[in-house]
Design a protein around this ligand. Structure first.
Ligand code: M6R
Length: 604
């Protein structure tokens, strides 16, 4: 996830771009850059790290006349966070900024390279500007070249491009990544990835639809849709509340992040799925040579995603897998053998306990892999290989979208290993890839669903405890549901394997014990149902989450009829996240910054 801004007008372009990027810094901050075209000349600046570094670099740069400017704050997906990989990317006489992923960049790059084009960066984005300039040579106008370029791109993008060949114009295209344009009475044009940079500068905005592309000049805003038909902008009035705009109108960042899961899962899948094959450009398949065991190590929510991974690795890839809580692992003098791939999982990449286990694995000469949300974090720098989860910046202390993208990566990785090890037939891998493509839809929050959970939450504000129960991969989900509730409601909650309740915890059952039961239809339904009946017979208050109506429950949240248990997993994940959120809201707690917790735990 990155942030882009653009400005065409007569005011201080540098100040407008930098302050716009400041508003978008939450979308990514490993590098930033701007390019400004005034009087037919370009000035471009880039800096690694936070925006202050770019501010410092541009402090003597003056923009005091009509200009076309574009800017970008980066969340690395292809290539390390270096100045060369920072946007805007340059061709011979044009600059481009881009948010998203160009899936066919490798093919385009190969072609361009064979034609003599020199690439400066490792990014997918750079192909856009070179492809545009190649097309420009054969076109009657820059717009014709831009239109052709857009038609050649596959993947997700929000793009702004400026070129000397039409120096009073900004070209734009949007598909799958957010972008809007704002106008005002002074004939200025503003672009951004979200509302916030535009608040106070524009009165009316047009949110682009997927497939839209076009250009702006001082007097024109021309939009074309995916069928190449010219369309009228649909202007709406811009909100004036900045914080609410940052939260996309949601009450809390956690709520926004729950709603965002569909998008960030799509981002995480982008470019990694073929018909019967999962691709991870960032790792070599030789990483798995000589590996007989996978050991996963993490803390908190990341530990829960690792637990869910252990079911998938053993079931699909048929590889022995074990999972460790990092703070335990580091002191228990574990036996580490070199046929083990050591995998750490972390949203931040900085959690001290997890980082320490990675160091232990390195000291023992194990091959290491990190699944992480932050490029260039300590773990990414240290591990032999890394896979990024592309959840974007997660602000809520209670992790939601990071978990969703971690499980998505693990599902893909288990199929990747299954292919290497020949443990699943191609047809089965192809079937699962089709399922993976359905995940973004399965996590969409509908108004009805959210309203139902909001109403139901009022019955769960007291009691002497909660048990979230599930079997198989739904057990880690139960653990995660309980952790979410604990973190933001301060109510006692445990996650438990459904079948284990009868071995002790069932003694607690009474009407003041709340059981949240995960009952998927495609995985051990009858077994899990019997476990819930045992609790119901002992008068525990029960909330069942299932696609199949369950008449012995006090409350029931009906999930959709999916064709596979993993899709049920993702839908139920959203239900438990929303339930915790609504209970916390009713209790009047600080949802985004719960007491005693920190987002990144860099101490022991
Ligand atoms: O950044 P990490 O994934 O390494 O963080 C691990 C835990 O500290 C983290 O998941 C924590 O449990 C969250 N607050 C969970 O919501």
């Amino acid at each position: 996830m990155c942030g882009i801004v653009g400005y065409l007008g007569e005011k201080d372009t540098k100040e407008i771009l930098l302050s716009g990027l400041k508003e978008l810094e939450y979308r990514g901050y490993d590098s930033a850059g701007i390019a400004v075209l005034q009087d037919g000349n370009f000035n471009s600046y880039k800096a690694v790290g936070k925006l202050v570094n770019l501010e410092e670099k541009t402090k003597d740069f003056v923009t005091d006349k009509f200009a076309a400017g574009i800017g970008h704050t980066r969340w690395a997906t292809h290539g390390k966070p270096t100045e060369l990989n920072a946007h805007p990317h340059v061709g011979q006489s044009s600059y481009v900024v881009h948010n998203g992923i160009i899936e066919n960049y490798a093919t385009l790059k190969k072609e361009l390279t064979s034609e003599g084009v020199k690439f400066l960066s490792q990014t997918d984005t750079e192909v856009i500007v070179h492809q545009f300039e190649k097309n420009l040579k054969k076109s009657d106008s820059a717009f014709e070249a831009f239109t052709k370029t857009v038609s050649e791109l596959e993947g997700a993008y929000a793009i702004l491009l400026v070129t000397k060949s039409e120096d009073k114009t900004i070209f734009f295209a949007k598909n799958g990544s957010p972008m809007l344009v704002g106008i005002n009475e002074e004939n200025e044009k503003y672009f951004a990835s979200s509302d916030t940079p535009l608040i106070g500068r524009c009165s009316d905005v047009n949110y682009f639809e997927d497939g839209d592309y076009g250009f702006v000049t001082k007097n024109q805003l021309a939009i074309f849709n995916k069928k190449n038909a010219k369309v009228e902008p649909k202007f709406t009035k811009l909100s004036t509340n900045k914080l609410s705009a940052q939260k996309d109108g949601h009450r809390f960042f956690m709520e926004k992040e729950i709603y965002e899961q569909s998008t960030v899962i799509s981002d995480t899948l982008l470019g990694r799925l073929r018909d019967s094959q999962v691709l991870f450009d960032e790792i070599e398949s030789s990483l798995f040579d000589g590996i007989n065991e996978i050991k996963l190590c993490a803390c908190g929510t990341s530990y829960h995603s690792a637990l869910s991974a252990s079911y998938m690795f053993e079931r699909y890839a048929k590889i022995k897998t074990s999972v460790e809580v990092a703070s335990e692992f580091r002191y228990r003098e574990p036996v580490m053998t070199q046929d083990t791939l050591f995998v750490v999982i972390s949203q931040s990449g900085e959690t001290a306990d997890t980082l320490e286990t990675l160091k232990m694995a390195k000291r023992n000469n194990l091959k290491t892999l990190v699944i992480c949300n932050v490029d260039n974090s300590s773990m990414v720098r240290l591990a032999d290989a890394s896979i990024l989860t592309r959840a974007g910046v997660e602000k809520g202390v209670a992790s939601t979208k990071a978990f969703a993208t971690q499980v998505t990566v693990f599902w893909m990785l288990s199929l990747y290993v299954a292919k290497l090890k020949n443990s699943l037939a191609d047809a089965e891998i192809a079937r699962q890839i089709k399922l993976l493509r359905q995940v973004p839809a399965s996590v969409k929050v509908t108004d009805d669903r959210h309203e139902r959970i909001k109403r139901l939450s009022k019955r769960y504000l007291h009691g002497h405890g909660f048990f979230f129960i599930g079997r198989d991969v739904f057990f880690p989900l139960a653990l995660e549901g309980a952790l979410k509730l604990k973190e933001i409601s301060y109510l006692h909650a445990e996650g438990y394997p459904s079948g284990e309740m009868k071995h002790g915890p069932i003694a607690l059952a009474d009407p003041e014990l709340f059981t949240i039961a995960l009952l998927p239809q495609h995985l051990l339904y009858e077994k899990a149902k019997s476990n819930v009946e045992e609790l119901s017979a002992r008068d525990s208050t029960i909330c069942v989450i299932s696609p199949i109506v369950f008449d012995k429950a006090d409350d029931f949240i009906q999930t959709g009829n999916h064709e596979d248990y993993m899709l049920e997993f993702f839908e139920m994940m959203v239900v438990v996240q929303l339930l915790s959120l609504e209970i916390s809201v009713r209790l009047g707690n600080d949802v985004d910054m719960p007491r005693n917790l920190a987002k990144s735990v860099t101490v022991e």
